[in-house]
Ligand binder design. Structure first.
Ligand code: ATP
Ligand code: MG
Length: 656
């Protein structure tokens, strides 16, 4: 009883021939190498992909597990690896970033120019007394400055914590206070989707809320030039200070375990956690996965549409592509402005070859393309594309197929990359020159990642049986701790039930009985038990979304039910306006029958509600935990600080 596609897609032959990891035998050999000698494998790659100031002599120190240390007697600098090293290799005049602003204006910077900007900014931070180990909160728009800010912190060994520009003053305050930041980098305003939005005034509000007394300065970049409140000597204009700085800055050589950044998780399942990453291991996996998963070549134009406020924007914008000397697109705006053809137009204009986005964007662009033919991807020349990627949520087979056919022209492999803020980089993913693809499956572990599906006692389950996703061995880019809360780190990720050894991802998964391919079935809390049948919410959601004529998006949760234990409750966004009354009842009955045919009568949702949208985190993920309360008819008492559209909850609470 699984709703996965049975179609399979072979990697294109020319791609296989030229890929960094070429063919299944090459993949199997890497997996075998890592299995036989994990430390030898990671040590070899750490020497190949990262330049060390002082080479490490020890790969893994597990004496204080689960507080693992990697390459810990080596020293390096992440910014040196991403900038100076490329210039030393002759890439100084290569374009590092093609930046497209909300209004379509394009700015390009070369590696040499980027290094200079990073050095000046690093010197500016130093002139304000920021030193190695200090925390700096970055609250900037998507911009070259945003990437420069992160790299500048890395250059001087300061620990950055980027906060997404859509967060409220309260959410920003919580993160500034939790990190104990000494400085906040922000801009006067930001521009998204043709709208001007505040940044600096939100920083002022956040600091006024209290608990941020360690903040000495706010460094303010100019985006719109609009007048904003300014409080000297705390507030400092970035351009004046930065431009006056020397254009070079000796990197601070840090120990491999020195924290590179703190980043708060998106909050889909609870209060966000301040995830701490270490410099050496993280940088290795960022570079390695960029090269193998996206098969990045010198001539590629890579575009990851994530915001730098999320981990995807860290690993696959600020660090990974730069560590490889790649050219990438950075976009300030939103996919629907000036119209929902924006992504396709940008791919055409910049000749993007590798495109990486999220299912939430794909689903909304499908809906838009079906409503408005002029923004359909077929109307654009997307022939430059060779590889597509997906991240953030499971991608339903229906959305996968559309992405593959309509965007990729049926010729581009889709890498459905499963990973988390905590994992630093890809964990389970196809490799484009290796993996036969099955829509809806993230396929096989990245070489060296020992993913497995276990039961509640940590016992490995046979393929075909759904259970809990774990990683059995440590890997270099793993979370080091939760900032300020090592106890929560241990209990969240290395609980005793799993012998305290396995990393617990918090997601459910099942492996295909024949291929061993992984499919993510939803968060552990989202596994439903209906009359003794265990079902992942994902499976029912995919079945609903497979009704492509009607359904744009669906979220499924369980609620307590006296007779069946749990009952299935589905929240559905249609491709037509939200129905009410008789029409809603009629469509709900149709969808129930549809699910019964697709999966089986046991999976029929008891309750179907329609909304204009679903409650989502600001990174676009559906917040099922809030839907559980709505389904249960409870008042919402949980943390909603990361919720994008709070008004939708009231609408969904109405019964149709
Ligand atoms: P929180 O931990 O605060 O609840 P979050 O888990 O949403 O927030 P992230 O670290 O951004 O924060 O997201 C990681 C999660 O996203 C994974 O645990 C998984 O549930 C989901 N995810 C990411 N990529 C995929 C994918 N390719 N397929 C399925 N699920 C994915
Ligand atoms: Mg999580």
């Amino acid at each position: 009883m699984t709703h996965t596609d049975t179609r399979r897609y072979l990697p294109p032959e020319d791609l296989v021939r030229n890929a960094h990891v070429s063919g299944r035998a090459a993949y199997d050999a890497l997996v075998a190498e890592a299995e036989a000698d994990p430390q030898g494998y990671w040590g070899r790659l750490a020497r190949e992909f990262v330049s060390w100031k002082k080479p490490f002599t020890r790969v893994l120190d597990d004496s204080e597990a689960p507080f693992f240390k990697w390459f810990d007697d080596g020293t390096l600098n992440a910014s040196y690896n991403c900038l100076d090293r490329n210039i030393e290799r002759g890439l100084g005049r290569k374009t590092a970033i093609i930046f497209e602003a909300d209004d379509g204006r394009v700015t390009r910077v070369t590696y040499a120019e980027l290094l200079e900007r990073v050095c000046r900014t690093a010197n500016a931070l130093k002139s304000l007394g920021v030193a190695k180990g200090d925390r700096v909160v970055i609250y900037l728009p998507m911009s070259i400055e945003g990437v420069v800010a992160m790299q500048a912190c890395a250059r001087i060994g300061a620990i950055h914590s980027v906060v997404f520009g859509g967060f409220s003053a309260q959410a920003l305050r919580d993160r500034i206070a939790d990190t104990g930041a000494v400085l906040v980098m922000t801009a006067d305003q930001q521009v998204r989707g043709g709208k001007v939005l505040p940044l600096k005034t939100i920083v002022d509000e956040a600091l006024a809320l209290g608990g941020c007394e360690r903040v000495r300065h706010v460094l303010v970049a100019r985006r719109t030039g609009a007048p904003v409140p300014f409080q000297a000597p705390r507030d400092i204009w970035a351009p004046a200070l930065v431009d006056a700085q020397p254009a070079t800055c000796e990197p601070e050589w840090v120990e491999a375990e020195h924290p590179l950044f703190l980043l708060y998780t998106s909050g889909s399942t609870g209060k966000p956690k301040g995830v701490q990453h270490a410099t050496g291991g993280y940088l290795l996996h960022a570079a390695l996965t960029c090269q193998w998963t996206f098969d990045l070549k010198p001539e590629d134009v890579f575009w990851c549409t994530a915001d730098i406020g999320w981990v995807t924007g860290h690993t696959y914008i600020a660090y990974g592509p730069l560590a490889l000397g790649a050219t990438q697109v950075v976009f300030e705006g939103v996919p629907t402005y000036p119209d929902a053809g924006r992504f396709w137009k940008m791919i055409e204009d910049h000749l993007v070859t590798v495109f990486y986005t999220a299912p939430t964007a794909i689903r909304s662009l499908i809906k838009a393309a079906e409503a408005t033919p002029s923004v359909h991807p077929r109307r654009y020349d997307l022939s430059s594309l060779r590889i597509l990627g997906s991240v953030g949520e499971p991608i339903n087979p229906a959305a996968w197929t559309w992405y593959h056919e309509q965007v990729g022209g049926g010729r581009c492999p889709i890498v459905d990359t499963f990973w988390q803020t905590e994992t630093g980089g890809h964990m389970i993913t196809p490799l484009p020159g290796v993996t036969e693809l099955v829509p809806g499956s993230c396929t096989l572990p990245f070489p060296g990642i020992s993913a497995a599906v276990v039961d509640e006692t940590g016992q490995e389950l046979p393929w075909g049986q759904g259970g809990i996703l774990v990683v059995k061995k440590p890997w270099p880019s793993m979370i080091r701790t939760i900032w300020g809360d090592p106890g929560r780190f241990k209990s969240s990720y290395f609980p005793e039930d799993f012998k305290g050894r396995y990393y617990l991802a918090g997601d459910g998964a099942v492996r295909d009985a024949r291929t061993g391919y992984f499919t993510i079935t939803g968060r552990i809390d989202d596994v439903l038990n209906v009359s003794g049948h265990r079902m992942g919410t994902m499976e029912i959601e995919s079945a609903l979304v497979a009704c492509t004529e009607l359904v744009a998006e669906a979220a499924v949760v369980g609620r307590a039910d006296e007779t069946t234990g749990e009952a299935i409750c589905a929240f559905v966004v249609l491709k037509r306006p939200r129905p009410t009354g008789e029409e809603a009842r009629k469509i709900a009955a149709e969808l129930r029958e549809w699910v019964a045919r697709e999966i089986g009568p046991i999976a029929k949702p008891k309750d179907i509600r329609f909304g204009d949208n679903l409650p989502k985190t600001r990174s676009g993920k559906i917040m099922r935990r809030l839907l559980r309360s709505v389904a249960q008819g409870e008042a919402i008492t949980q943390d909603t600080s990361t919720l994008e559209n709070p008004a939708i909850l009231a609408q969904l609470a109405e019964r149709s």
